[in-house]
Design a protein around this ligand. Structure first.
Ligand code: SF4
Ligand code: SF4
Length: 108
Protein backbone atom coordinates (compact mmCIF):
# COMPACT_ATOMS: atom_id res chain seq x y z
CA UNK A 1 0.00 0.00 0.00
CA UNK A 2 1.27 3.44 -0.93
CA UNK A 3 1.96 6.03 1.68
CA UNK A 4 -0.09 9.21 1.41
CA UNK A 5 2.98 11.15 0.26
CA UNK A 6 3.15 8.88 -2.79
CA UNK A 7 -0.46 9.34 -3.87
CA UNK A 8 -1.34 11.81 -6.67
CA UNK A 9 -2.57 15.16 -5.58
CA UNK A 10 -6.35 15.37 -5.69
CA UNK A 11 -8.53 18.01 -7.23
CA UNK A 12 -9.09 21.34 -5.59
CA UNK A 13 -12.31 23.33 -5.65
CA UNK A 14 -11.25 26.96 -5.38
CA UNK A 15 -13.12 28.72 -2.63
CA UNK A 16 -14.52 25.50 -1.25
CA UNK A 17 -17.73 23.72 -2.13
CA UNK A 18 -21.18 24.33 -0.82
CA UNK A 19 -24.38 22.38 -1.53
CA UNK A 20 -26.27 25.65 -1.40
CA UNK A 21 -25.03 26.45 -4.89
CA UNK A 22 -26.14 23.22 -6.55
CA UNK A 23 -29.25 21.06 -6.53
CA UNK A 24 -28.24 17.43 -6.19
CA UNK A 25 -31.70 15.98 -5.61
CA UNK A 26 -32.34 15.52 -9.32
CA UNK A 27 -31.27 11.89 -9.27
CA UNK A 28 -33.38 10.84 -6.28
CA UNK A 29 -34.19 7.15 -5.88
CA UNK A 30 -37.78 7.35 -7.03
CA UNK A 31 -39.18 7.85 -3.56
CA UNK A 32 -39.17 10.89 -1.35
CA UNK A 33 -39.88 11.40 2.36
CA UNK A 34 -43.18 12.82 3.50
CA UNK A 35 -43.58 14.40 6.94
CA UNK A 36 -46.58 14.15 9.27
CA UNK A 37 -45.99 16.86 11.82
CA UNK A 38 -48.73 15.55 14.12
CA UNK A 39 -46.77 12.37 14.80
CA UNK A 40 -43.41 14.05 15.35
CA UNK A 41 -41.97 14.11 18.86
CA UNK A 42 -39.03 16.22 17.72
CA UNK A 43 -36.33 13.75 18.73
CA UNK A 44 -34.27 14.89 15.70
CA UNK A 45 -33.01 11.37 14.98
CA UNK A 46 -33.85 12.04 11.34
CA UNK A 47 -31.65 15.12 11.37
CA UNK A 48 -28.78 13.21 13.00
CA UNK A 49 -28.93 10.32 10.51
CA UNK A 50 -29.67 12.01 7.19
CA UNK A 51 -26.49 11.60 5.11
CA UNK A 52 -27.38 14.61 2.97
CA UNK A 53 -28.17 17.04 5.78
CA UNK A 54 -31.53 17.77 4.18
CA UNK A 55 -33.66 17.73 7.30
CA UNK A 56 -34.79 21.28 7.90
CA UNK A 57 -34.72 22.32 11.53
CA UNK A 58 -35.86 25.69 12.72
CA UNK A 59 -35.59 26.71 16.36
CA UNK A 60 -34.86 23.09 17.28
CA UNK A 61 -38.06 21.91 15.58
CA UNK A 62 -38.14 19.43 12.70
CA UNK A 63 -39.85 21.27 9.81
CA UNK A 64 -39.40 19.13 6.72
CA UNK A 65 -36.88 18.42 3.98
CA UNK A 66 -34.87 20.22 1.39
CA UNK A 67 -35.88 18.29 -1.71
CA UNK A 68 -33.14 20.06 -3.62
CA UNK A 69 -30.67 17.70 -1.96
CA UNK A 70 -32.63 14.69 -0.68
CA UNK A 71 -31.65 11.42 -2.42
CA UNK A 72 -34.60 9.35 -1.22
CA UNK A 73 -32.47 6.86 0.70
CA UNK A 74 -35.18 6.40 3.34
CA UNK A 75 -32.87 6.43 6.34
CA UNK A 76 -34.87 9.20 7.98
CA UNK A 77 -38.06 7.14 7.81
CA UNK A 78 -36.27 4.07 9.18
CA UNK A 79 -34.90 5.85 12.24
CA UNK A 80 -38.07 7.81 13.01
CA UNK A 81 -39.59 6.21 16.13
CA UNK A 82 -43.12 7.45 15.50
CA UNK A 83 -43.55 6.89 11.73
CA UNK A 84 -43.83 10.63 11.25
CA UNK A 85 -41.78 10.17 8.08
CA UNK A 86 -42.96 7.86 5.33
CA UNK A 87 -41.47 7.30 1.91
CA UNK A 88 -43.82 8.05 -0.97
CA UNK A 89 -43.53 7.45 -4.68
CA UNK A 90 -41.97 10.25 -6.67
CA UNK A 91 -43.99 11.70 -9.52
CA UNK A 92 -43.35 9.60 -12.62
CA UNK A 93 -42.14 12.50 -14.73
CA UNK A 94 -39.21 13.75 -12.72
CA UNK A 95 -38.10 14.12 -9.10
CA UNK A 96 -39.78 16.89 -7.18
CA UNK A 97 -37.52 19.81 -6.77
CA UNK A 98 -38.12 22.62 -4.42
CA UNK A 99 -39.79 25.53 -6.18
CA UNK A 100 -37.38 27.93 -4.59
CA UNK A 101 -34.05 28.62 -6.20
CA UNK A 102 -31.00 26.65 -5.13
CA UNK A 103 -29.77 27.50 -1.69
CA UNK A 104 -33.13 28.22 -0.15
CA UNK A 105 -34.42 25.69 2.31
CA UNK A 106 -37.97 24.54 1.75
CA UNK A 107 -40.27 22.90 4.24
CA UNK A 108 -43.30 20.76 3.52
S1 SF4 B 1 -34.58 10.19 2.32
FE1 SF4 B 1 -32.38 10.13 2.84
S2 SF4 B 1 -31.53 12.01 1.95
FE2 SF4 B 1 -33.75 12.26 2.00
S3 SF4 B 1 -34.17 13.35 3.93
FE3 SF4 B 1 -34.37 11.13 4.34
S4 SF4 B 1 -32.35 10.48 5.07
FE4 SF4 B 1 -32.09 12.47 4.07
S1 SF4 C 1 -37.15 11.21 13.71
FE1 SF4 C 1 -39.40 11.37 13.49
S2 SF4 C 1 -40.13 12.01 15.50
FE2 SF4 C 1 -37.91 12.40 15.45
S3 SF4 C 1 -37.74 14.57 14.75
FE3 SF4 C 1 -37.61 13.26 12.93
S4 SF4 C 1 -39.74 13.18 12.16
FE4 SF4 C 1 -39.84 13.86 14.29
Amino acid sequence: MKRYQELPIGGVIPGGATPHLVQTGGWRSGKKPSFNEKLCVNCLLCWAHCPEATIVVERLQMRGFSYDHCKGCGICSQVCPTQAITMVEEAKSKPTSSPAKAGEEVCV
